[in-house]
Ligand binder design. Structure first.
Ligand SMILES: C[S@@+](CC[C@H](N)C(=O)[O-])C[C@H]1O[C@@H](n2cnc3c(N)ncnc32)[C@H](O)[C@@H]1O
Length: 318
């Protein structure tokens, strides 16, 4: 019997933009699907259904606590399914180096509902818990180390660029002052420091005052943008011609990386625009299937508020 926190829970499985992902990836029987962000297996259940009993499902996640969800998926998948624990950038690069192929690769980025809803993981500003935020609990650096060890300048930069936090410098300064008395240990202590660093009216503005700083720390702790930058070329290399890749992102920094990568691979040629003829000879390797990012409907957002910021882009390997 699994401890209750590890029991798959019905509400963990609400996959974002599920029908749109399914339509764009167009999974066919016999294919190999790589799900780079398995989570609770919500998308996996739908994509495996489209394999109709023939094919292979490779699930990746850097959070080993998703394993019970995978076991439950594997029992019902009806196809050969395998779980690989690790950063998708490392796993996909290894696959690509070893000449492994896939027909479909899906990335559903960011944190899962189970990670957010389990206070002990330290992702949420809504509960007082150890300051952690590691998707992979064995990773070296947690939010606690980052908050207590990064310089004020580094923290300012993190809050500003990953959280678009207006009061980044003030918050970093306040953290610097407080940690010189006593290091930060909990999310609650950090929330209090953020609140006291920003002007009173801003505490009651757009959402929770700690939301942007928490998002920024999470992105930095898990090197989310670095992993995505490294994983996209590896995914492309693995794909068979005609294979498809889809990415669901939850903030503009991620979406920009995907958009630029797709655009550059769909363009091919890297010669400077003033060259009269192409000398690089680079051919397009992707055809973009989503001219604009696909957004959730108002109805989906009403039933699953976490879908609100989702953007989906997909492409097919030429
Ligand atoms: C939004 S959830 C995926 C939810 C899943 N599609 C579903 O329907 O249940 C994102 C998952 O990706 C994992 N993840 C995020 N970044 C990762 C990375 N760089 N490598 C491996 N897993 C990652 C997280 O641990 C989390 O479990």
């Amino acid at each position: 019997m699994l401890p209750s926190v590890l029991q798959p829970n019905a509400t963990d499985h609400v996959p974002v933009l599920a029908e749109q992902v399914r339509r764009l990836l167009d999974v066919q029987p016999g294919q190999t699907v790589v799900d780079a962000t398995f989570g609770a297996g919500g998308h996996a259940a739908l994509l495996a259904e489209d394999l109709r009993g023939e094919g292979r499902y490779v699930a990746i996640d850097r959070d080993p606590t998703v394993k019970p969800y995978f076991e439950s998926f594997r029992r019902r998948a009806g196809v050969q399914a395998r779980f690989l624990s690790g950063d998708f950038a490392d796993v996909l690069e290894r696959f690509a180096d070893n000449g492994r192929n896939a027909d479909v690769v899906l990335f559903d980025l960011g944190v899962s509902s189970m990670q957010l809803d389990r206070p002990e993981r330290g992702f949420s500003y809504a509960a007082d818990a150890p300051l952690d935020m590691r998707m992979d609990p064995s990773a070296e650096m947690s939010a606690r180390e980052l908050v207590n060890q990064a310089s004020e300048r580094e923290l300012t930069e993190i809050f500003r660029s990953y959280g678009e936090e207006r009061y980044a410098r003030q918050i970093a300064k306040r953290i610097g002052r407080e940690r010189s008395r006593q290091p930060f240990e909990t999310t609650g202590e950090l929330v209090e420091a953020i609140k006291s660093a920003i002007p009173t009216p801003a505490r009651f503005g757009e959402g929770h005052p700690a939301r942007r700083v928490f998002q920024a720390l999470r992105i930095a702790v898990n090197d989310e943008l670095g992993a995505l930058e490294a994983a996209l070329p590896a995914a492309l290399e693995m794909l068979r011609p005609g294979g498809r890749v889809a990415v669901i992102s939850f903030h503009s920094l991620e979406d920009r990386i995907v958009k630029r990568f797709f655009r550059s691979e769909a363009h091919g040629c890297t010669c400077p625009p003033d060259f009269p003829v192409c000398v690089c000879g680079r051919e397009p390797s992707l055809r973009v299937l989503t001219r604009k990012a696909v957004r959730p409907t108002a109805q989906e957002i009403a039933t699953n508020p976490r879908a609100a910021s989702a953007r989906l882009r997909a492409a097919v390997k030429t």
